[in-house]
Write a new protein. Structure first.
Length: 192
């Protein structure tokens, strides 16, 4: 995904509140039908920030896409004319999309600040190409290993390397603590 360096004249970013689970449908519909409705000069980009989350269930690793802002879609559009009055056609087109509750701000939507959009894009960029564990761990926490040669043993987290997705865990083997390096998905919180 490439960031637009210069915004089209009069374009601003707005947040759309959507029904839960309808974010993808809203984004797809707007992108698909804006041309048919002759709104290419009013609607420019639709953004649905996501990240890949990994977890282990029953010994199997799975990954899924999770929305960074559930219930919201961001849209770059020209909603106000030079006279600062609402432009009806794009307003009604977006509001009538199935799954859209409305613009954040209701009848008087407030555009997002550029710093807010930059922060959203930075979160997307940071999540791009990385799997994030569904569960976050902390140093000193007790965990149960559920994969690999140390499966079913308990250990204590000594170090966390979020960039590599690895944990250094002290495991008691024959009465001695031995450090092992495991991936996030190979452990789960102890339920003791």
């Amino acid at each position: 995904m490439t960031a637009q360096t210069t915004a089209p004249a009069g374009a601003q970013w707005f947040a759309l509140h959507t029904l839960s689970g309808q974010e993808n449908k809203v984004k797809t519909y707007i992108e698909r039908f804006k041309t048919a409705e002759e709104l290419d000069d009013s609607i420019f980009e639709v953004l649905l920030p996501t990240e890949v989350v990994s977890e282990v269930k029953n010994g199997k690793k799975s990954s899924k896409v999770r929305k960074l802002y559930p219930g919201y879609v961001f849209i770059q559009m020209r909603l106000f004319g030079e006279d600062k009055k609402l432009i009806n056609k794009p307003w009604y087109f977006v509001r009538e999309v199935a799954g859209v509750i409305g613009f954040v701000g209701g009848e008087h939507p407030a555009p997002l600040r550029q710093s807010e959009i930059d922060e959203i894009r930075a979160r997307i960029e940071a999540a791009n190409g990385k799997e994030v564990p569904k569960v976050q761990y902390s140093v000193g926490e007790e965990v149960k290993i559920n994969d690999g040669p140390f499966a079913n043993l308990n250990g204590r987290i000594d170090e966390i390397d979020p960039d590599r997705g690895k944990l250094k865990i002290s495991v008691s083997i024959f009465g001695r603590f031995t450090p092992v390096e495991l991936e996030y998905w190979q452990v789960q919180r102890s339920t003791d």
